[in-house]
Design a protein around this ligand. Structure first.
Ligand code: SAM
Ligand code: SF4
Length: 329
């Protein structure tokens, strides 16, 4: 019998991203609406036990990788307890964080065997960084990244590339990976509720490579079967760089990801308009597994059935989705 995690297009979903909270200590303009941001009440969030129960259910059905995200996962009061609880499962546990609070959690990461940490950082220029995040934490984040590397973690640095904002810094990020085994990932700017996206602000995979070609000689690396990032290495560099080209070259055919929001809703795609309320069903003692199966069966072949294949034709005003901060990136 097919797993409840297989969709109509034959894709098996063994990678679950769980949002711990929609709260955050930064205010990145591409991630959260400038106005009318409504944060969840605590009673709306999955409790630690509920989150653990749902995670365990997914693991029993074949999930092999769990990434914790948010909002900022490390601002959740019970973050350490959640990491310890999920660390018991036979999965690869990973986290995406803005890095500000990382040093408080390094010991717990090591204790549970969480080895892979993605840290978001969009500019190495203090003024630009402050403009994007609306906070002043650049130096702390750079230090945390370098400490994670020094302690042997596999560290990816996520940079959302925005035209006219930070695109000319891509070379500086790559240069950072010369002597440090850092994995820089350039992410094409994506549309979400209230983030003011327009297609003109997207710097594409091809344009990022062109920005780098003048300064570096690099080779294409072999990508894994479900990788969303296309990876490269500059000759002689310890680190690598990669591009996540969701807008210009989507990778839906090999998608193996599903998302559980902090309030217990299952999304079968980052861009799905629909979501399934697993938490209310769990609290009412209802059959959660059949809801999961139906959610997977409703998954569209590409881009949540909402975005145009040619991203220039996507009208952000017609999209029905949450903001990224409330989904869990
Ligand atoms: N707070 C954590 C962080 O910043 O890494 C985790 C949550 S954040 C929503 C997860 C990732 O989504 C970050 O790497 C962030 O840069 C990315 N992201 C948010 N909004 C985005 C957008 N509009 N387009 C592309 N990536 C986005
Ligand atoms: Fe917070 Fe991460 Fe969104 Fe920035 S990208 S506002 S750090 S959740």
């Amino acid at each position: 019998m097919a797993s409840i995690l297989t969709d109509r297009h034959g894709r098996f979903h063994d990678y679950l991203r769980i949002s711990l909270t929609d709260a955050c200590n930064l205010r990145c303009q591409y991630c959260m609406p400038v106005e009318d941001m409504h944060f969840m009440n605590r009673s709306e969030l999955m409790t630690v036990d509920e989150l653990d129960t749902l995670a365990g259910l997914f693991v029993r059905h074949g999930v092999r990788k769990i990434r914790l995200t948010g909002g900022e996962p490390l601002v959740r009061k019970e973050a350490a307890e959640i990491i310890e609880r999920l660390g018991r499962y036979p999965v690869t546990l990973a986290i995406t964080t803005n890095g500000v609070l990382v040093d408080r959690f390094v010991d717990v990461f090591q204790r549970v065997g969480l080895r892979s940490v993605n840290v978001s950082l969009d500019s190495l220029d203090p003024t630009v960084n402050q403009m994007i995040t609306r906070r002043d934490h650049l130096q702390i984040v750079v230090e945390q990244i370098e400490q994670l590397v020094a302690r042997g973690f596999h560290v990816k640095v996520n940079m959302v590339v925005m035209k006219g904002v930070n695109e000319f810094e891509v070379g500086d990020f790559v240069a950072w990976s010369k002597d440090l085994p850092l994995h820089i990932r350039f992410i094409e700017y994506m549309p979400f509720d209230g983030n003011g996206w327009s297609s003109a602000q997207v710097t594409t995979h091809q344009q990022i490579l062109e920005l780098l070609e003048d300064r570096f000689v690099f080779d294409k690396l072999q990508d894994g079967p479900n990788d969303t990032a296309r990876a490269y290495r500059v000759k002689g560099y310890r680190g690598t760089f990669a591009v996540i080209s969701t807008m210009s070259q989507p990778f839906c055919e090999t998608c193996n990801r599903i998302r559980l929001t902090a309030d217990g809703k299952l999304k079968n795609c980052l861009f799905s308009s629909g979501e399934t309320d697993l938490l209310t069903a769990l609290r009412a003692g209802q059959d959660v597994e059949s809801l999961i199966r139906d959610t997977l069966l409703a998954k569209h072949a590409r881009l949540g059935g909402q975005l145009a294949d040619d991203y220039h034709l996507t009208d952000p005003d017609t999209l029905q989705n949450r903001s990224m901060i409330a989904i869990g990136g």
